[in-house]
Design a protein around this ligand. Structure first.
Ligand code: GLC
Ligand code: CA
Length: 557
């Protein structure tokens, strides 16, 4: 159970560090930053897909599962990375994308021939270009089906047209995917983040959905291909074939479709296959997602709802399960802009978000750049958003929304916000590369960068470092990982406060989520302050006066 004690860090390889002057981050770039990561205190890296891919969906569209994408390096580089990580007593996991491949994968090319051995490696049905086999909508665009002229049939693809879904009903597909998983474990990978895992099983009747249709005339009926009973058979078999007798970490990405009940099944010994899951429930508690017509620039966090969400998951998982906790990943906007403040209070807000999440429970995953307070993009044009989901969004709204509104929405909610180059220093291109990067650097890199923050004892980076170090102290680690979590005044609309208790020891975090001063009743003595984002404490018996984004971590021994 080494992973209970891990401090995770997610790396988006294309945007982390470019070692060979082509504007794209790479494996050697990651190796060159391992000292930085070790110094930060992280012990577990999750590296997003680096496999051979035409990069339609930035690498989640895999063409060759066993080969490193040439833009990121060679297989030898990856082996060096794994060794270098292990030498530092850190661990490394990668994505395992089981639901789909690229349409350039040799299996798919072969599958277009209806008489080939691989003819049902994918999900083919009769259908014509404008007459798909059923009315299901896809996650990224219109119909979930794409017509192929060679086979004169349509294939299911719940993400992009270049990402056909594998047919998990086919035993050979399942064995082939198990082989790939074993291949990477044998290379030294310490486990996987299992991508889009809730979607492997589809409604095998392929009947039309009866849900209301979207503006394109398709039904966004995710139940047709999410969390279906049959999925548990696949997972059970996969577990036995790949993971039994191996100490590999298995994290399921179950996205926004999984209930607590499902999550419990996913992480149960008998049915599931995961040590923990990534749930998305806490990620959109400011209503900003999906809302692109509202004029308001800033959506405020519903602090009370956010607490309830964490409480719900804690109550459901705490006794006999484990959780991964994180603020954002490569599919979300930057948390500082999303839940905090990226203007005058950026320093306070970033530290507040750090305190709030990382003492609560579970295995944390920091997303690259979060530790220096990177924020959403300052892009000026729609064409700056080089991402298939942003492009599909623009295509679907072009006729109904102004450019300005689409731009505002993408700057707030697009996953591109998390994908800009890591800001290492104040030189051109933020020290990420010495040539123009594949996607524009955020204009604030002169102020917001690793080098500047390393020098400043009050920086966000040094706060993260100190808090990680604090969390690793045995007493604190025990409270964080195994103490009982209770929210203090859970109904409070502005303050996020909780206590972790174990015997007569306790840790308390009190965070102001708002840009204004709040008086907060607190009927306990003041504890020993171990983390704080202001110089002075405004406390008198019974209450705190908390300034904008003020946050304290206290212990009681
Ligand atoms: C997951 C990934 C996302 C990708 C999708 C399809 O949700 O996190 O980036 O687009 O799966 O593979
Ligand atoms: Ca490169």
């Amino acid at each position: 159970m080494w992973w209970k004690y891990a401090i995770g860090y997610q790396i988006y390889p294309a945007s982390f560090c470019d070692s060979n002057h082509d504007g794209i981050g790479d494996i050697q770039g990651i190796i060159s930053k391992l000292d930085y990561l070790q110094d930060l205190g992280v012990t577990l890296l999750w590296v997003c897909p680096f496999f051979d891919s035409p990069m339609d969906d930035n690498g989640y569209d895999i063409r060759d599962h066993r080969r490193v994408n040439a833009i990121f390096g060679a297989n030898e580089d990856l082996e060096l990375l794994i060794n270098a990580v292990h030498q530092r007593k850190m661990r490394i996991i990668c994505d395992l994308v089981l639901n789909h491949t690229s349409d350039e994968h040799p299996w798919f090319i072969e599958s277009k021939d209806a008489s080939s051995e691989k003819h049902d490696y994918y999900i083919w049905r009769e259908g014509k270009p404008n007459n798909p086999p059923n009315n299901w909508a896809s996650f990224f665009s219109q119909s979930a089906w794409t017509y192929d002229a060679q086979r004169d049939a349509s294939y299911l693809r719940i993400f992009s047209g270049k990402m056909p879904d594998l047919n998990w009903e086919n035993r050979n597909v399942r064995s082939a995917m198990a082989d790939i998983a074993r291949f990477w474990l044998d290379k030294g990978m310490d486990g996987f983040r299992m991508d889009a895992i809730s979607h492997l099983a589809k409604d095998q009747t392929f009947a039309d959905s009866t849900l209301p249709l979207n503006i394109h005339g398709y039904a966004p009926d995710w139940d047709k291909f999410s969390n279906r009973e049959r999925l548990f058979d696949y997972l059970h078999e996969f577990q036995a074939e790949v993971f039994d007798n191996r100490d590999a970490l298995r994290i399921g990405e179950v996205g926004g479709c999984a209930s607590l009940e499902m999550a419990r099944r996913f992480t149960s010994k008998d049915e599931g296959c995961f040590d923990m899951i990534f749930s998305f429930d806490h990620c959109w508690e400011n209503d900003s997602y999906g809302n692109d017509t509202q004029e308001e620039q800033k959506f405020t966090v519903n602090t009370d709802r956010l607490k309830r969400t964490f409480e719900h998951w804690y109550q459901g998982m705490n006794k006999d399960r484990w959780q991964a906790v994180y603020w954002l990943n490569h599919d979300h906007p930057r948390v500082l802009s999303h839940y905090g403040d990226d203007t005058i209070y950026r320093n306070e807000a970033a530290k507040m978000l750090c305190n709030t999440l990382y003492f609560m429970m579970g295995t944390p995953f920091i997303y690259n750049g979060e530790e220096i307070g990177m924020s959403n993009v300052d892009y000026k044009q729609l064409t700056d958003f080089k991402d298939i989901s942003a492009e599909n969004y623009i295509a679907s709204r072009e006729k109904s929304l102004s450019q300005e509104k689409m731009l505002r929405f993408l700057k707030r909610a697009s996953r591109v916000n998390a994908r800009t180059p890591m800001q290492w220093d104040d030189s051109a291109y933020a020290g990420f590369s010495d040539v123009a990067p594949w996607t524009k650097v955020n204009g604030n890199y002169k102020e917001v960068n690793v080098a500047a923050e390393q020098k400043d004892p009050h920086s966000i980076l040094n706060h993260y470092k100190a808090m990680i170090r604090l969390r690793k102290e045995p007493l604190i680690e025990d409270l964080v990982l195994f103490g009982t979590l209770t929210f203090i005044d859970i109904e409070h609309k502005d303050i996020f406060a909780y206590r972790k208790q174990s015997g007569d020891k306790a840790l308390v975090v009190i965070s102001n989520f708002k840009a204004f001063t709040v008086v907060f009743s607190y009927d306990y003595p003041l504890g020993m302050i171990m983390g704080h984002n202001y110089e002075t404490v405004q406390w008198k018996a019974g209450q705190f006066i908390l300034r904008p984004y003020e946050s304290l971590v206290m212990i009681y021994e």
